[in-house]
Design a protein around this ligand. Structure first.
Ligand code: NAD
Length: 370
C-alpha cells in the first residue's frame, strides 16, 4: 500500500459538488484497483462557506489547505451571493487560497483529444494531437505592481496608472518551473515577453537566458514577442511545447490557447507554489470553468475538466505519471466511444449525464487496467 497522500477537496458551489462526485468515484477506483489510497478531507469554500460559516473560506479550511499535499477545487460563486459584501464574496475564498499558498505558477495545458478535434474553431489538422502547456506567472507583474490607481489631474482630466514590475527572483522561480516541466515533456521552452518595448520584458529575457545557460542547457529555449505568440498560437499551435510568460500576457495567451481545444468543460489547470523544506510544493488544482449556475443540480455538467485536473494532481503533486496517463486515457476512451455531455455534444454522438460520464470513465479505467 502506497503512503497516504493528503488531499483536500473543496467542491464549492453550483456544479462544483456534482463534478467532484465523479472525482470521488475515480479516487475510490484507484483505492480499489491500484491500491493507491488518498487521505481525503473535504471543506467548504465560496458561497457554500458563506452560508455555513459566515465567510468564503474559514481559517480552519486555510489551515487544512496549508497542511494538505494538494488541494482540488470545484468552482466558487453564483447569483445567490451576488449581493454579499465585496470582501466576503465567494471569489475571495479562491483569492485567499492563491495568496496564502503563494501560488506563483499557473499551469494551463491545451490538449486536444482526437475525438474532439473537430469541435475546435480552428481547422482539424491544425489542432489534432495538440499538447501544449502554458506556464503563467501568477503573483507579480502589472496586476499587483505599485504605483497603481486613478487620479484626477489639475484641470479635471483623469489618469489611470498600473505598473509592470518583475524582479530577478520572481522571473527565475517561474522559469525554473517551466524548464523542469519541459524536461518531463517535449524538452522545449518558449519564453514570451515584449523585450522590444518594455524594460521588464528585457529583464525577463535576460534572466531566463541566464538561468537556461547555468542550469538547463539541455532544454531547447526560444524567445518570442507576446504579440507574435498570439498570432502563432492560432496559426501553428503545434510548434510549441511549454510557453512561459508573465501574468498579463499569460492571462491572454492561455485563454487563446483554451479556445483551440473547444470546450470550457474540458480544461484543467494547476497552480503551484514554492517548495517547502521537505521538497513538497504547495498546489491547487481546478477546472477553469466556473460554477455554471444555469445547469447546476441537473446532472448535466461535464466532469472531465475536473477529472483532468485530478490527473494533473497525480502527475505534479504525487509524481504518479502512470496513473495520470491512465486517467487521461480513460477520458479519451469515453470520448472515443461517442459519449458527450451537452457542452461538447456533436451530431451523431450519445448524450450522457455527469454521472454517466463518470461511470464511463471508470469503466474505461477497468478496461485499461485489465
Ligand atoms: P461558467 O464557466 O460557470 O459558465 C459559462 C458557460 O459554460 C455556462 O453556460 C455553463 O453552463 C457552461 N459550463 C461551464 N462549465 C461547464 C461544464 N463543466 N459542463 C458543461 N457546461 C459548462 O462561467 P460564468 O457563467 O461566467 O460564471 C458563473 C459563476 O462562476 C460566477 O459566479 C463566476 O464568478 C464563477 N466563476 C468561478 C470560477 C472559479 O471558481 N474558478 C471561474 C469562473 C467563474
Amino acid at each position: 500500500m502506497a503512503a497516504n497522500k493528503k488531499l483536500l477537496i473543496l467542491a464549492g458551489d453550483g456544479i462544483g459538488p456534482e463534478v467532484m462526485g465523479e472525482v470521488r468515484r475515480v479516487v475510490d477506483w484507484m483505492d480499489r484497483r491500484r491500491h493507491v489510497s488518498f487521505d481525503v478531507a473535504e471543506a467548504l469554500v465560496g458561497g457554500a462557506a458563506i452560508d455555513e460559516e459566515g465567510g468564503p473560506i474559514s481559517d480552519a479550511t486555510m489551515d487544512a489547505a496549508m497542511g494538505a499535499d494538494a488541494v482540488l477545487l470545484g468552482a466558487c460563486g453564483g447569483p445567490k451571493w451576488a449581493d454579499v459584501a465585496f470582501e466576503i464574496r465567494p471569489e475571495a475564498g479562491l483569492l485567499r487560497l492563491r495568496k496564502d499558498l503563494e501560488l506563483f505558477a499557473n499551469l494551463r495545458p491545451a490538449l486536444v483529444f482526437d475525438a474532439l478535434a473537430e469541435a475546435s474553431t480552428l481547422k482539424t489538422e491544425l489542432v489534432a494531437g495538440l499538447d501544449i502547456l502554458i506556464v503563467r506567472e501568477l503573483t507579480g507583474g502589472v496586476y499587483f505592481g505599485e504605483p497603481r490607481g486613478i487620479e484626477t489631474l489639475e484641470g479635471g482630466e483623469r489618469r489611470g496608472v498600473n505598473t509592470q514590475v518583475y524582479t530577478t527572483s520572481e522571473i527565475v522561480r517561474v522559469a525554473r518551473v517551466a524548464f523542469d516541466l519541459a524536461r518531463k515533456r517535449g524538452n522545449r521552452v518558449c519564453s514570451v515577453e515584449k523585450a522590444n518595448v518594455m524594460e521588464s520584458g528585457l529583464l525577463w529575457r535576460e534572466e531566463v537566458t541566464r538561468l537556461h545557460a547555468a542550469e538547463y542547457a539541455d532544454v531547447e529555449l526560444s524567445h518570442m514577442l507576446a504579440d507574435n505568440c498570439g498570432m502563432q498560437l492560432v496559426r501553428a499551435p503545434k510548434q510549441f511545447d511549454v510557453i512561459v510568460t508573465d501574468n498579463l500576457f499569460g492571462d491572454m495567451l492561455s485563454d487563446v490557447a483554451s479556445m483551440l481545444t473547444g470546450s470550457l468543460g474540458m480544461l484543467p489547470s494547476a497552480s503551484l507554489g514554492p517548495e517547502d523544506s521537505s521538497g513538497r510544493r504547495r498546489a491547487l488544482y481546478e477546472p477553469i470553468h466556473g460554477s455554471a449556475p444555469d445547469i447546476a443540480g441537473e446532472n448535466k455538467a461535464n466532469p472531465l475538466a475536473t477529472l483532468l485536473s485530478f490527473a494533473m494532481m497525480l502527475r505534479y503533486s504525487f509524481d504518479m505519471e502512470e496513473d495520470a496517463l491512465l486517467v487521461e486515457r480513460a477520458v479519451e476512451r469515453a470520448l472515443a466511444q461517442g459519449l458527450r455531455t451537452g457542452d461538447i455534444m456533436q451530431p451523431g454522438m450519445t448524450p450522457v449525464s455527469t454521472t454517466g460520464m463518470g461511470e464511463a470513465v471508470t469503466a474505461a479505467l477497468d478496461a485499461l487496467a485489465a
